[in-house]
Ligand binder design. Structure first.
Ligand code: COA
Length: 161
């Protein structure tokens, strides 16, 4: 059975491994968890973390974000991604967020996570080219599509309270 729960430090290695595989090597590091709400999905029978999601209020623009969601390939299609986003939304609404945003990765014209965000009430609002360009250069991570310099498009999704 899969349980959705809060992240703890012992989950770091599992979460980073899922992110490296699903989002690009080096995209997420332990620093990305600091000051943010990290929610994980754990296969309780195996004590194995199989997915995660990050939610936070941005200290610069004051907006609420669900930033990243990824589920290990072998566990996809079981509703885990949808449940992680639902929990992240509950958390942000609990902090009083009236609007929640999520920058989603568009690849080959497809937003992989479109379905799981729509199931949680989000709708696409605008496209932003080169959204991860500076980050990819500064952090030196490798985009699964572009490699070292990321030109992927983000579609900003929004959820209104
Ligand atoms: C996208 C992702 C988080 C979905 O997680 P999940 O646990 O499989 O999601 P759910 O089971 O809740 O929902 C599955 C639905 O998502 C859609 N979906 C999943 N992967 C998809 C993909 N690669 N492309 C398009 N749609 C996809 C399907 O429509 C599926 O619906 P169905 O089960 O009715 O067929 C997961 O596949 C993943 O980690 N992908 C790689 C990383 C990624 O793209 N993350 C999003 C970054 S913005």
């Amino acid at each position: 059975m899969v349980e959705i729960r809060d992240f703890n430090v012992a989950d770091t290695e599992c979460v980073v491994a899922i992110a490296d595989k699903q989002l690009g090597e080096g995209y997420i590091t332990a620093d990305d968890f600091v000051g943010k709400k990290v929610i994980v999905a754990e296969e309780a029978d195996e004590n194995n973390v199989v997915g995660f999601c990050i939610a936070y209020i941005d200290s610069e623009d004051g907006k609420a974000y669900v930033k990243t969601v990824a589920v290990a390939q072998e566990y996809s299609g079981r509703g885990i991604g949808t449940a992680l986003v639902a929990k992240a939304v509950d958390y942000l609404k609990g902090l009083g967020a009236e609007q929640i945003f999520s920058p989603l990765w568009k690849h080959d014209g497809v937003v992989n996570s479109d379905v799981i965000f729509r199931r949680n009430g989000f709708v696409p609002e605008r496209e932003i080219p080169d959204y991860w360009l500076n980050d990819s250069i500064e952090k030196g991570y490798s985009c699964p599509v572009c490699g070292k310099v990321c030109h992927c498009v983000c579609v900003m999704y929004g959820l209104k309270g």
